[in-house]
Design a protein around this ligand. Structure first.
Ligand code: DAT
Ligand code: MG
Length: 150
């Protein structure tokens, strides 16, 4: 089923020059980019994005990390996009992420885990809408789509 997921290339990944490498992995997997921008997230948007974690002890650190420097936010679309993107990202704790995943190849610590991906179809829709206006999303068909989508 075609789904949408919100990817954030987090501040540590941007600072480390891994933006291109991370985008490449999703792109080559076959997920279609429908929106992308470079921005610095403000506190209000960060707290909205991480609202489900509001009562967790790490909430303040999490918000401070995501607003600390610029990020790249990407809206992706494709078959089972949520699960596919999360598998490409790897487990939440980089030290436990499988080699070959983004976190497993580039990370060690949970508070520097490089990339965000939505965790459900419903949250994918909500998160994409939190970061992109309708007119910032592009509906398009790639010429290669028939070679990626059955
Ligand atoms: P994920 O980013 O894999 O979807 P999550 O949604 O459970 O993970 O948590 C959001 C972020 O919060 C995660 O990327 C890193 C941070 N986090 C989660 N659990 C944590 C913990 N136990 N200690 C510190 N930070 C944590
Ligand atoms: Mg999550």
């Amino acid at each position: 089923m075609a789904e949408r997921t919100l990817i954030i290339v987090k501040p540590d990944a941007v600072q480390r020059g891994l933006t291109g490498e991370i985008i490449k992995r999703f792109e080559q997997r076959g997920l279609r980019i429908i929106g992308m921008k470079f921005m610095q997230i403000n506190n209000e948007l960060a707290e909205k994005h991480y609202d489900v974690h509001r009562d967790r002890p790490f909430f303040t650190d999490l918000v401070n990390y995501i607003v600390s420097a610029p990020v790249v936010v990407i809206a992706l679309e494709g078959t089972d996009a949520i699960k596919a993107a999360r598998n490409t990202i790897g487990a939440t704790k980089p030290s436990e992420s499988a080699a070959g995943t983004i976190r497993g190849d580039y990370g060690l610590e949970i508070g520097r885990n490089l990339v965000h991906g939505s965790d459900s179809v419903e949250n994918g829709e909500i998160e994409v809408a939190n970061f992109f206006m309708d007119d910032e999303l592009v509906a398009w068909e790639r010429n290669v789509d028939p070679w990626i989508f059955e």
